[in-house]
Design a protein around this ligand. Sequence first.
Ligand SMILES: [Zn+2]
Length: 278
Amino acid sequence: MKTKKLFSLAVITMVFIMNFLFSCKKDDNRTITEKIIDVVLSPSDDKALGLKVVTEIESNPTEYPVLNETTYPIPYQHIRRIKDVILNSGKIKHKTEFEWIVKIIQKDDVLNAFCTPGGYIYVYTGLIKYLDTEDQLAGVLGHEIGHADLRHSTDMMVAQYGAAFLMEIVLGKASQSTVAQVSKSIVGLQFSKTNETESDTISVRYLSPTSYQCSGASGFFEKLEADGKGCNSLKEFFSTHPCPDNRIQNIKTKAQNLGCSTTPIGGTSYQEFKSSLP
Ligand SMILES: [Zn+2]
């Protein structure tokens, strides 16, 4: 009798879990494993995890020389203006739950950007200076915001370390060396090609209601190709953001499907932004 009761309880629990997993949106392509992560770690856990990474980054100014905002307020005004346009697109799932704080790292030889879990965004001066238009930077920012909003890092960290281990960090129970090691892993995380395609696609979606060229991210990849810095040759960006097949075409097709603007905004604001950097 006891065995029967236990069996019934197990069946009810399984039905409950499966109902939860399959009641997610029909357009949600996340795997069942990824959906389980939504249960084991909440968005507020992402924010706590991201804050640990931020603390590590900002305690290491040699590796991450964050541009001083008091000395250079203008570049921060520009990058926040661009970020806010994206955040106000109405398309960000975790707009109010995540922090969405953006910082500039002063390294002119690095063409990269990254975003921790919970929405702490870092953009290198090398990337800002390399790009030609604000639309291109908006496209790359949309891509980075997408990684956090879709919780790609969290998914990968749970797969690598397990949810219980990450919760130790979130709750402040892990040692300093463990936090440092995990933070380093998050910053240098190599996303999957599927994650890359998702972030490229969602960047177009975020930019679609704004005045920006919604395919802005493709401008960055086209520029890299034209400069002979395509996939596999630009180590910083592609070491963390590997190249999916047909990346440029995927972005353009998404823009076409959404019917959003593919015309650059023009104007002088981006040149002013670049000129304001040291
Ligand atoms: Zn990426």
